[in-house]
Design a protein around this ligand. Structure first.
Ligand code: TRP
Length: 346
C-alpha cells in the first residue's frame, strides 16, 4: 500500500492597522501602504487591513482631525489599489467584538507587562526629566492599555503574520505573551502571531533628514498637490557640496527617497550622476518629476474619493460586514471559554 502524501496548505493571514492620527505621507506609503496593497493582490494570502481609529484616542487628538484622518487613510489605501475583494478592509470601531475581546484580554494581562511598554515609559521619562512630582502625569489609561487593544485587533482575526515597523516590535511580543497566557488558562483558542519586520523596507528620511514622522513635523504628504509637492522637495536638506563635485549617495535623503520609488536601472543611472557631481538643485528636480509622475494617477483617484466620502464609507461598511462573519462566532467561542455564556440552552 502506497503511503499517502498529505499536502497541507497553510495559508498565512496578514493583518495590519494604521492609526488615524494624521495625513498619510510618503514614508507611510513606502513602509506600510505599498506592501499591504501588494499583499492584498496575492490570492494565496488572507489579508486584513484596517483603520485603528480607537487607537487614535490614546493621543488626545482633536475629534475633527481623527475623523478627517480616517477618510484620508482609507482613501489612500483605496486610491493606491487595495484589492478589497481579496482583503478585508474595515474600520476597527465597526467591529464591536474587538472591544469585547480587549476586555477579556485585560483579564489575562499582567499589569507588570504593561509597565514595561515603551510608549508608556517614554511619557514617564518625559515627566521625570521635566521634574514633575507625578510620574504618570498626562498618562491616560488608553495609552497604558494601548498594547492590549492592539493584541485584540490581531487575535480577533487569527492573524499569523503582522507586518509592522521596528517601533512595534515590543507590542508584538506583548501580543504573543497575552495570547499564550490566555491559551494556557482556557485552552488552545487564540492563534499566536509572528511579527514581520522587513529589513528591506526603507525607512525614509524627512525634510530635515531625520526619520519622516508626523511628530518631527518633517513629512511630505503622499498626495500633496503638485505645487506643494515641488515646494517640499525643494526644502529637503542636503550638504553644501557644489555642482560638479562628486557626491555620496549614502546619507543623501534625496537619493534615499528616489531609491524607494525607482527601478534598479534608474537607480543605477542616478548613482552615476551622483559620482559625476549632479547639483542638488538638479537632483531635486529629478526627484520631484519622478515622484510626481509616479503618484499622479493615484492622486487623481484620491482626490475623487475625498470629494465623495460616501464611496469610501460604503467600502468600509461592506468590509466590516464581511469581517464580522468571522468575529461574531469567534467571540462567542471565546466568551464561552471564559464562562460568559447563557444559563440554559435556548
Ligand atoms: N500600533 C500600530 C502603529 O502605531 C497601529 C496598529 C494598531 C496596528 N493595531 C494594530 C498594527 C494591529 C498592526 C496590527 O503603527
Amino acid at each position: 500500500m502506497g503511503r499517502q502524501l498529505v499536502i497541507k496548505m497553510t495559508q498565512e493571514t496578514y493583518l495590519t492597522g494604521i492609526t488615524t492620527t494624521g495625513t498619510p505621507h510618503i514614508g507611510n506609503y513606502v513602509g506600510a501602504i505599498r506592501p499591504s496593497v501588494a499583499s492584498s493582490r496575492d490570492e494565496n494570502r488572507k489579508n486584513f487591513y484596517f483603520l485603528a481609529d480607537y487607537h487614535s484616542l490614546a493621543k488626545a487628538e482633536d475629534p475633527d482631525r481623527i475623523h478627517r484622518s480616517g477618510l484620508e487613510v482609507a482613501a489612500t489605501w483605496l486610491a493606491c489599489g487595495l484589492d478589497t475583494e481579496n482583503a478585508f478592509f474595515y474600520r476597527q470601531s465597526d467591529i464591536p467584538e474587538i472591544m469585547e475581546l480587549t476586555w477579556i484580554l485585560n483579564s489575562v494581562t499582567a499589569k507588570g507587562l504593561m509597565n514595561r511598554a515603551h510608549s508608556y515609559k517614554s511619557q514617564v521619562q518625559i515627566n521625570e526629566i521635566g521634574g514633575s512630582k507625578d510620574p504618570d502625569k498626562g498618562v491616560v489609561m488608553a495609552l497604558y492599555n494601548y498594547p492590549i487593544l492592539m493584541a485584540a485587533d490581531i487575535l480577533m482575526f487569527k492573524a499569523t503574520k503582522v507586518p509592522v515597523g521596528r517601533d512595534q516590535k515590543q507590542h508584538m511580543e506583548m501580543t504573543r505573551d497575552i495570547a499564550q497566557r490566555f491559551n494556557h488558562r482556557y485552552g488552545d483558542i487564540l492563534v499566536i502571531p509572528d511579527a514581520e519586520i522587513d529589513k528591506n523596507t526603507a525607512v525614509l528620511g524627512g525634510l530635515d533628514g531625520r526619520k519622516m514622522s508626523k511628530s518631527y513635523n518633517n513629512i511630505i504628504p503622499l498626495f500633496a498637490d503638485e505645487k506643494r509637492l515641488r515646494k517640499l522637495v525643494m526644502k529637503i536638506k542636503t550638504n553644501s557640496l557644489e555642482p560638479g563635485t562628486p557626491k555620496d549617495t549614502d546619507g543623501s535623503t534625496l537619493f534615499e527617497i528616489y531609491k524607494a520609488f525607482a527601478t534598479d536601472t534608474e537607480i543605477q543611472t542616478i548613482e552615476e550622476r551622483y559620482a559625476d557631481g549632479i547639483g542638488w538643485g538638479e537632483m531635486k528636480h529629478v526627484l520631484f518629476d519622478y515622484i510626481n509622475d509616479h503618484i499622479k494617477p493615484a492622486r487623481d483617484e484620491y482626490n475623487r474619493l475625498i470629494a465623495d466620502p460616501a464611496v469610501v464609507e460604503q467600502e468600509l461598511l461592506q468590509g466590516a460586514e464581511r469581517a464580522r462573519e468571522l468575529s461574531v462566532p469567534y467571540i462567542e467561542e471565546i466568551r464561552r471559554a471564559v464562562g460568559i455564556r447563557k444559563l440554559s440552552p435556548m
